[in-house]
Design a protein around this ligand. Structure first.
Ligand SMILES: [Zn+2]
Length: 426
């Protein structure tokens, strides 16, 4: 039996001075000043914030770290990004995709990000990216949960063999049915693709996660169809609408009817603040729209809303660092969620809400949950988002998988200590 006791931690719900007992990789007890068993390893949290590990509900591991290959996206638009990716695809190899994905997973673990849902493009008949990421999924399993979505990037109906390839990817072990209705040729084709994909998911007992309405066009209303098909097929709780940026530009009267439908259908929503704020509004002059979906309104209606990182150094986004606090920070700004409870909601959007999207039932900081935890050099959730501080320790099933030095001044002035003993492990 392995036994770890984390002492004197602040928790995301505002409690301070808490001890957390971990037995065999699971949280066994949370209370102030727990007794120290002889065999236990102890960690002094020094009053810092112990949080559930970060979860990224929306990412593209097959394209990550490919920025500049074969060229950069000059216009910065979604469509040029898709074109650049199309130029890169024929030159991809399994080894190159896997190497970049593994490198990103290393970054993720260092940042306390231990679960990622990644879309994987299935429009290349060779399914190289699928093969590479299935291999990566196995390799990283000891330290990171990787969930894969079969994503027809070039359109399900518009790309000749996309449906056939998507089914092959599911047969190979890809976990979730993806889609991109707004990229089909017509609104009718978009709606048809949603129906076909939801029926496929129902038939196979799989979850659904679609890129949906990632456009500034307020008449792109595929989320309505997605929610409708979710109800028709009894898929409540298993379906996610990613992006939904057209909702930013929709008529308020229509949205007043749409949000209750999304809530009733139990459809999860994933906004991708870093990407939505850079890709949307590109055809606007001024005023220029933000383009992110209506996060506070969806949350107020009881919809489970998560934030995703979406891209890092790929044809769509030249920046990114696997830091989900950076994502929450941007989400908070774009959605103007500055009240304390709203800041906390943005933290939940990159932890527990995102875990719900992935269906990770034992994620969280509660008795019985997996001890997948991150100790941040901050005293509260608000401070964590403000500072995006060092991840002092990252634990996976109670085992340390990453640590960082604390940020601290070394002034060496008379009357000021030159250094502090930062030993956390005893
Ligand atoms: Zn995406």
């Amino acid at each position: 039996m392995s036994h770890t006791l984390i002492q004197n931690a602040a928790l995301a719900d505002g409690r301070t001075g808490c001890d957390v007992r971990i037995v065999d990789g699971r949280i066994a007890e949370i209370a102030p000043q727990l007794p120290v068993p002889e065999s236990a390893r102890t960690i002094d949290a020094r009053g810092f914030l112990l949080a559930p590990s970060f979860v990224d509900a929306h990412f593209h591991l097959d394209a990550t770290l490919s920025h500049g290959l074969p060229r950069v996206n000059d216009s910065g638009t979604l469509l040029e990004g898709i074109a650049v990716w199309g130029e890169l695809k024929p030159t991809l190899t399994i080894e190159a995709i896997a190497e970049r994905a593994l490198r990103y997973c290393d970054w993720a673990v260092g940042r306390g990000l231990l679960a990622i849902r990644s879309h994987v493009d299935v429009c290349d008949d060779r399914l190289l990216a699928v093969e590479a990421l299935l291999q990566v999924k196995k390799q990283v399993a000891p330290y990171l949960d990787l969930q894969l979505v079969a994503f027809p990037q070039d359109g399900l109906l518009r790309s000749p063999r996309a449906l056939q390839n998507l089914k092959r990817a599911l047969d190979l072990g890809v976990d979730v049915v993806g889609g991109i209705p707004h990229f089909e040729r017509t609104m009718a084709d978009g709606a048809d693709s949603v129906r076909v994909l939801c029926e496929l998911a129902a038939e196979r007992g799989l979850p659904v996660d679609m890129h949906c309405d990632e456009t500034d066009d307020p008449l792109s209303r595929h989320i309505e169809t997605l929610a409708g098909q979710t109800q028709r097929l009894g898929l409540q709780g298993r379906v996610t609408g990613s992006h939904l940026t057209s909702m930013h530009s929709m008529d308020n009267a229509y949205v007043a009817k749409l949000i209750p439908l999304i809530a009733e259908a139990g459809v999860n929503v994933v906004a991708n603040p870093l990407i939505n704020i850079t890709l949307q509004g590109r055809l606007d002059t001024y005023p220029r729209r933000r383009g992110m979906t209506r996060v506070p309104e969806l949350m107020a209606a009881g919809v489970n809303v998560a934030f995703g990182h979406d891209c890092a150094m790929d044809p769509w986004y030249p920046l990114g660092s696997a830091d989900m606090l950076e994502v929450a920070h941007m989400g908070l700004h774009v959605a103007q969620m500055t009240a304390p409870t709203q800041i906390e909601a943005c933290f939940a959007a990159v932890t527990v809400n995102a875990a719900r999207v992935l269906g990770l039932e034992r994620h969280g900081l509660a008795v019985g949950c997996d001890a997948d935890l991150v100790l941040l050099q901050a005293r509260s959730v608000v401070e964590a988002i403000r500072l995006r501080p060092s991840r002092l320790l990252v634990l996976r099933r109670g085992r340390m998988v990453a640590c960082s030095a604390p940020a601290m001044a070394q002034l060496d002035l008379p009357g000021r200590p030159a250094s502090v003993d930062w030993t956390l492990l005893r």
